[in-house]
Ligand binder design. Sequence first.
Ligand SMILES: Cc1cc2nc3c(=O)[nH]c(=O)nc-3n(C[C@H](O)[C@H](O)[C@H](O)COP(=O)(O)OP(=O)(O)OC[C@H]3O[C@@H](n4cnc5c(N)ncnc54)[C@H](O)[C@@H]3O)c2cc1C
Length: 507
Amino acid sequence: MTTTLTPPEAATRAARPAAAATEHFDVLIVGAGISGIGGAYHLTQQCPGTRFVVLESQETFGGTWTTHRYPGIRSDSDLFTFGYRFKPWMGAPIATAAEIRSYMAEVIDENRLASHIRYRHQIASASWSSAERRWTVEAVRGDTGETVRFTTGFLWMCQGYYRHAGGYTPDWPGMDRFQGKIIHPQSWPQDLDYAGKRVVVIGSGATAATLVPAIADDCAHVTMLQRSPTFFATGRNANALADTLRELDIDKTWIHEIVRRKILFDQATISRRSFSEPEVLKQELLSGVRAYLGPDFDIEKHFTPRYRPWRQRIAFIPDGDLFKAVRAGKASIETDEIECFNETGLLLKSGKQLDADIIVTATGFHLNVLGDIAFSVDGKPLDFASTVAYRGTMFTGVPNMAWVFGYFRASWTLRADLIADFVCRLLKHMKAKGVSTVTPALRPQDQDMKRSPWVDPENFNPGYLMRGLHLLPQQGDTIPWLHSQDYWTEKDELPVADLDDGALQFK
Ligand SMILES: Cc1cc2nc3c(=O)[nH]c(=O)nc-3n(C[C@H](O)[C@H](O)[C@H](O)COP(=O)(O)OP(=O)(O)OC[C@H]3O[C@@H](n4cnc5c(N)ncnc54)[C@H](O)[C@@H]3O)c2cc1C
């Protein structure tokens, strides 16, 4: 039997001083979030004997689930698919950040990964030398301020897609006049006293929808102020199929696999219907909301988005908690725009004044491209925007590096597992070939292909991506240069991708 480490225990046990001399590892994983811990697991299973290290700037693992500490923080994906392929999820589908961290702690503990992880290591630069055929990585230690140096044959980038140091707050006129507190959920002060206070939460995404019901009972009143509505799905936080299979005492690994397949199948159906019958799907989602709020609530104004369902992630509201808080009069929704902040709150474009003691800006993230690390190749600074992505994970002209960028509409981790398989297969392929460098490069037939942004803005367009799209790598219009964001094609294509089709150059 394994013992489960709580996050701080795991962190303490893993932390150890870095050697003053440069250390070399076959693989260096950046980030100990769900992708980095998954990558470490797959390396130990699929490439045993590989010497690797995971460098993480924070003092413990978890990534997103450690950074975000606002009340109510939870997943909006189900954990059967947000959890790893290899580790059964035993709880309710929607999980709190603490539950996700415990699940990750078990993965670290059961697979003895802790000794591979170095916390409080903020990577500042990474430079590739073709002569030495390796990356030199410099990290600043959070505890001592010392700069430490590593070299590695392969960089496995699992640093996510947004800056962990702080969230994005637009610059509204009059913010400095406001006499209350302005808080971004990504930097939620743990001692923030909101009891009996009037709170306005600006935003309409999953964060706002989670936060509002979580604080509604304690606040005097909480208002969710949104510029435009979002689609929400609602239902019980339970999976009937998993419950039945558990009752039948089916093996937990089978249950995990069967329930994953069923959820993915159902999601594919919804995705298809968002194109084939968007209006029917829209009405179904709205009727879920209406069932909680009743016929007199202005669903048209507050919960009917202008876009087609699925163009942005549909947030799941377990047990309708947001709508119950609205129905109980503890929370309300304003759909309006901010004219300015003033001393007592917000003046809206409609002329309405919203007074508040605390204003929470659930307004998104700062996209960061590959961990805000200064990259260079043979002394030249690397501009990722000028590269073309190979299967949405490697980049032209950038040797020995893969980035785990998960799915937006399906669970992120589905792709983290697929990319991990791909990286392990690539490393084994290189070993078998007796080569030490792999660099994606456009072949003659790829030179004139149409290039487009990293993700198609017509298809998926959240604010943080649109603000930073010009900084991200491009994609092409044919395999292997497409970044389809489609689990259903990638799950079949990636495992058999031809590594010798000329798009990867080996040396
Ligand atoms: C509030 C919130 C809820 C979400 N809910 C869901 C959901 O339900 N389902 C879903 O699929 N997706 C969700 N997402 C998206 C989510 O970020 C990903 O699903 C997933 O957690 C990302 O995991 P990751 O390990 O790739 O990156 P992250 O979780 O971002 O972790 C990256 C890690 O890398 C570290 N790091 C970054 N740069 C450096 C550096 N230079 N040096 C050292 N370390 C570095 C960071 O400190 C961090 O610990 C959510 C995102 C947010 C913000």
